[in-house]
Ligand binder design. Structure first.
Ligand SMILES: [Zn+2]
Length: 310
């Protein structure tokens, strides 16, 4: 038996990397501190607050680790840095290069996505490669879109279901990084190429790039979540997915996730948290994307990445 760490207060701390690659270089604002001028700092602070408050109010989870851990964020990381990531302890946001991407701090779905990787780390802890890695990306996108819909007071049928649309640079207005409603359609342009996400198991990517397609094959699961949310309402689908996440494990496959999501639905019906008939709607959503699948598609020697990226 380990000794449980003292519960924290889930306080926010936003640091400025001042365009270096240093973490926690200069503390700009801590929980309840005075408003600051810097938009990256104030946006990150607000978005992290939305993430934390959603999990507490709707899913009964106390911060990333469910033990009130403080949430640390670094903004202005690197020079023209074109990414955002969670490194196991804190989230870090680049300013973008001003061509493809603008500041990552602008986007609630990006920040909720990164913090969602934190929730995954403290629950299923999916290995960041192959299908388990795509599940890691998928659940992060689920939290990104669910929290955005909650804050914008939109519903499954009028939400945009886009991830990263707010961080596209000036030449890419209207594009996004991923589209959960229609994977494979998020972008198609000279700067970025074409969105490679499949929306069905028949088109699953089996190559070694992207740690075995973690940002590619997540499209299949994303589409199933979208279809389920259209039928059940986003908030109910989120509760089901979050319940299942707590019973998944590091090497879980898509088929494992489907089985746990169906089980979670049944459990929540029994507890009268979701409506009878939800199980069949969840199964139908997965059937639309070819899940559960007959064969497994993991690439045996794909390395596991330590850092989960946007
Ligand atoms: Zn990610």
């Amino acid at each position: 038996m380990g000794v449980a760490a003292a519960a924290g207060k889930a306080a926010r701390h936003i640091y400025d990397s001042q365009n270096t690659m240093e973490y926690r270089l200069k503390l700009i604002i801590s929980e309840g501190g005075p408003v600051v001028e810097d938009d990256a700092v104030s946006n990150a602070y607000d978005h992290i607050g939305n993430f934390r408050d959603y999990f507490k109010a709707k899913l009964g989870r106390d911060s990333i680790d469910n033990n009130g851990m403080d949430i640390i964020c670094n903004v202005h990381f690197g020079t023209k840095y074109n990414n955002a990531f969670f490194n196991g302890k804190e989230i870090t946001l680049g300013d973008g290069d001003g061509a493809i991407f603008s500041s990552f701090a602008r986007s609630l779905d990006v920040i909720a996505h990164e913090l969602g990787h934190g929730v995954v780390q403290w629950t299923s802890n999916f290995e960041y490669r192959n299908q388990s890695g795509a599940l890691n990306e998928h659940f992060a996108d689920v939290f990104g879109t669910v929290i955005t819909q909650y804050v914008e007071k939109s519903a499954a049928d009028d939400a945009d279901w886009l991830i990263g649309d707010e961080v596209m640079g000036p030449k890419l207005y209207g594009e996004a990084l991923r589209c959960m409603a229609s994977p494979g359609t998020a972008y198609d342009n000279e700067l970025m190429g074409k969105d490679p996400q499949p929306d069905h198991m028949r088109d699953i990517y089996r190559g070694p790039n992207d740690n075995g397609g973690v940002h590619i094959n997540s499209g299949i699961m994303n589409k199933a979540f979208y279809l389920a949310a259209r039928e059940l309402e986003t908030e109910n689908a989120a509760l089901i997915w979050y319940t299942a996440l707590q019973n998944l494990w590091p090497t879980a496959t898509f088929n494992d996730a489907v089985a746990q999501i169906v089980k979670a639905t049944q459990l929540l019906i029994k507890r009268e948290r979701v409506r009878s008939g939800s199980t069949q709607k969840v199964r139908a959503a997965f059937k639309e994307v070819g899940l559960p699948a007959k064969d497994e598609t993991s690439i045996p020697n794909t390395p596991t990445a330590k850092i989960t990226q946007f």
